[in-house]
Design a protein around this ligand. Structure first.
Ligand code: PHE
Length: 436
């Protein structure tokens, strides 16, 4: 068998993983959920869950990937020494394909907004314009364009494609968002937005803790790309004995930083235009932002920079989602990468187009179904690490861990006992919202 592709450097792996984590979830979903769930109250609960559940959960996925040294099917089969492992791996690959299908459609929306922002052509009627962007044949066309960009990167492989692209794109996202956040701070009328976003309302938190918990947990899992085997796949390309706990911390902190930064742009901008954020679902964010950009000085430039940042962030997440099935075909069926990329891309071209045409299915797939698949996947990962591998997992944690090594046992305890409970809670939450 030919040697597997791998990262050239640890920093390449870390940047690619931050790129995966920081995506539409941070810039599109996070500010929106925050605004709809009491602002800072949501932020606090979300941060607690990221630290308590997200970080140890991400570490568990990394441990599985580096120990298994294969994409999900091969890794989980060899680690569990059972066909159930292969079945779970196949489930992960399907999850990545499902998520990528709607992700690519939304990526297409962003691409289109970026392309038309310089002319400000949607400034006149943002609501009507979003209608033409979000569904129908034009949505299909832009989905295919976005998919093409992602596929072109994955085509070149882990080190020559994904690692190189991440090293350029991720820093660009941060620079653009910092610039936008600074510009936002100079705009009049943003005070109420900052107060809402950053001010801490203990009473609201006490009264709404339980109802904030579900969405906060869902967001924490989605934003860290957990439960799809995507992060497992990235860790499988690690050859060096890098410190997984250190890398995990860097990735989680950077991802949170990017989410908070996006909130510092979006929320004050909406408030400055008198737009009440948080209502009307995710599509409403596009309309609200477009409305804000339309009335801001230099709105066309700001809008282009904003959608440019979102586009780059979405691409670096998309490549992780596409690499998961592509790498699986390469590993498992020894298919050449070019053919694997072509085949997977064709499949997503079809599934994504279906979603771009059928609005009601799109809602279900991007919401409930995605949440459901992620939580089930993560629960299975936790069970394998916490109940099956145990000592092996601790040993893998300790490889290269340096001063983090003593944390291996407490981590295993969290993964065995605490995380499954939280993930089950999140699952119940998804199921009740499905029933309701
Ligand atoms: N974390 C990405 C985001 O926040 C989405 C994603 C989920 C990427 C799962 C890869 C795997 O946008």
């Amino acid at each position: 068998m030919a040697t597997r592709d791998s990262w050239v450097s640890n920093i390449g792996f870390v940047l690619a993983a931050i790129g995966s984590a920081a995506g539409l979830g941070n810039i599109w979903r996070f500010p929106w959920l925050t605004a709809g769930n009491g602002g800072s109250a949501f932020l606090v609960v979300y941060l607690l869950i990221v630290v308590g559940v997200g970080v140890p959960g991400l570490l568990a996925e990394f441990v599985l990937g580096r120990r298994g040294r294969q994409t999900p099917i091969g890794a989980l089969r060899s680690l569990t020494a059972s066909r159930w492992g292969s079945a779970l791996g196949a489930f992960n690959v399907v999850t990545a394909l499902v998520i990528f299908s709607f992700y690519s459609v939304v990526g297409g929306w962003i691409l289109r907004y970026m392309l038309v922002s310089p002319s400000g052509s949607y400034f006149g009627q943002p609501q009507a314009y979003f209608g033409t962007v979000s569904h129908g044949l034009q949505a299909v066309a832009f989905h295919l364009l976005f998919l093409g960009i992602v596929a072109a990167i994955v085509f070149f492989g882990v080190s020559r494609g994904i690692e190189r692209a991440s090293k350029v794109m991720l820093p660009a996202v941060v620079v653009l968002l910092v610039g936008l956040a600074v510009w936002t701070a100079t705009q009049p009328g943003t005070d109420a937005g900052y107060a809402f976003y950053l001010g801490f309302d203990a009473d609201y938190l006490a009264a709404n803790f339980a109802s904030v918990l579900g969405p906060a947990a869902g967001q924490a899992l989605f934003t860290l790309s957990l439960g799809t085997g995507a992060m497992l796949t990235y860790a499988s390309y690690l050859e060096e004995d890098v410190s997984l706990p250190r890398d995990t911390l860097v990735i989680a902190v950077s991802n949170t930083f990017i989410g908070v930064l996006a909130g510092l742009v979006v929320i004050p901008l909406l408030f400055s235009q008198g737009i009440e954020p948080g209502q009307g679902g995710p599509g409403a964010l596009f309309v609200a932002l477009a409305t804000a950009f339309a009335s801001l000085p230099g709105g066309a430039v700001v809008a282009t920079a904003f959608f440019g940042a979102v586009l780059l962030a979405a691409v670096t997440s998309g490549i992780n989602l596409l690499e998961t099935p592509v790498g699986t075909l390469v590993d498992h069926f020894e298919m050449p990468r070019d053919r694997a990329t072509l085949l997977t891309t064709l499949l997503v071209a079809v599934t994504g187009s279906g979603l771009a045409l059928a609005g009601s299915i799109f809602q279900f797939v991007s919401g409930t179904l995605a949440d459901l698949l992620l939580t089930v996947g993560l629960f299975a990962f936790l069970a394998i690490v916490g109940w099956l591998l145990r000592e092996d997992a601790v040993a893998e944690f300790r490889v290269g861990a340096g001063r983090f090594a003593p944390l291996a046992e407490p981590w295993l305890w969290l993964v065995s006992w605490v995380l499954p409970v939280v993930v089950l809670f999140s699952l119940t939450n998804t199921l009740t919202s499905l029933a309701g």
